[in-house]
Design a protein around this ligand. Structure first.
Ligand code: MF3
Ligand code: CO
Ligand code: CO
Length: 277
């Protein structure tokens, strides 16, 4: 039996607000991601913006799932071969680095969880391609979301696209249901087979957040209890949106003025289209 919650209209309204605010933290931090800044300074800027400007709570701060030590910072900063959960600190960003910044805010009890990739100065050809393919993976997965589709449909298209490009999908971490709870059912695997796993129903809310490695999929856990790196030290990329299953398809909840546009292959179907006069 599944324990996937179906959100009420009130929940969905709250999740739209939290999602927009989470995305606005990424908009805010974007101009600061430059050579010479430290990941700790990025964390401090995000923290102060959330707490003092938005009146949101940074969900990661002191977050402590079973088997973990409390997470010590307000965002995750995952640079180069760090797959996820990089802890901000003294690391100075340099030209050519790639960084994922993962933000989760809590507003009125609801969580908005989103991450983007950023290039520090000029990226390598590989870093640019890995980030682009990963972005397409996220969007291909999202494009499968509609009532009656299965979670396995999402994982399948993500895995297909990543592996066709010569990359690999991280298996140990996945997307997740989200609402008043940061991580809840279902698990959203970024690999799999079409038609398998849970059937989607309007009112479900979950994240799609593929972690794609340029090399092999195996991971290494660092001694800080959080940071996850690629075992072969290859680059890794990740993008994340929080998404609602609607009656006709999906709605991206983590949207704001600075949200990057979807890839060209995405045909909007979820909402009625405006007709130019
Ligand atoms: N935001 C991450 C996710 O997408 C979770 C980070 S947990 C933390 O699920 F404690 F590391 F912040
Ligand atoms: Co998430
Ligand atoms: Co996240």
């Amino acid at each position: 039996m599944s324990n996937i919650t179906i959100k009420t209209a009130e929940d969905i309204a709250g999740m739209r607000v939290a999602g927009r605010l989470g995305s606005e933290v990424l908009d805010y931090i974007t101009p600061f991601v430059k050579p010479g800044i430290t990941t700790g300074e990025l964390d401090r800027l995000c923290h102060d913006y959330m707490v003092n400007v938005q009146g949101t709570i940074p969900a990661p701060l002191n977050y402590c799932p079973p088997g973990y030590t409390p997470y010590p910072k307000s965002v995750c900063t995952s640079v180069n071969d760090v797959i996820c959960h990089g802890i901000p600190g003294d690391k100075v960003l340099k030209n050519g680095d790639v960084i994922n910044i993962d933000v989760t805010v809590i507003k009125d009890g609801y969580h908005g969880d989103t991450s983007r990739m950023f290039f520090v100065g000029e990226p390598s050809i590989l870093a640019r391609r890995l980030s682009e393919i990963t972005y397409e993976c996220m969007w291909l997965g999202i494009s499968k979301i509609k009532p009656g589709a299965h979670l396995g449909d999402i994982g399948h298209v993500i895995q297909q696209h990543a592996e066709k490009a010569g990359y690999s999908v991280v298996r140990e971490f996945c997307g997740h249901g989200i609402g008043k709870i940061f991580h809840e059912e279902p698990q959203v695997l970024h690999y799999g087979r079409p038609g398998t796993l849970e059937k989607l129903v309007p009112g479900m809310i979950f994240t799609v957040e593929p972690m794609i490695n340029a090399g092999r999929r195996e991971i290494r856990e660092m001694g800080d209890g959080w940071t996850i790196k690629t075992k072969d030290r290859s680059l890794s990329a990740q993008w994340e949106h929080t998404v609602l299953v609607t009656e006709t398809g999906y709605e991206i909840l983590t949207q704001s003025a600075g949200t990057p546009p979807p890839p060209a292959f995405i045909v909007p179907t979820a909402a009625p289209q405006a007709i130019d006069a």
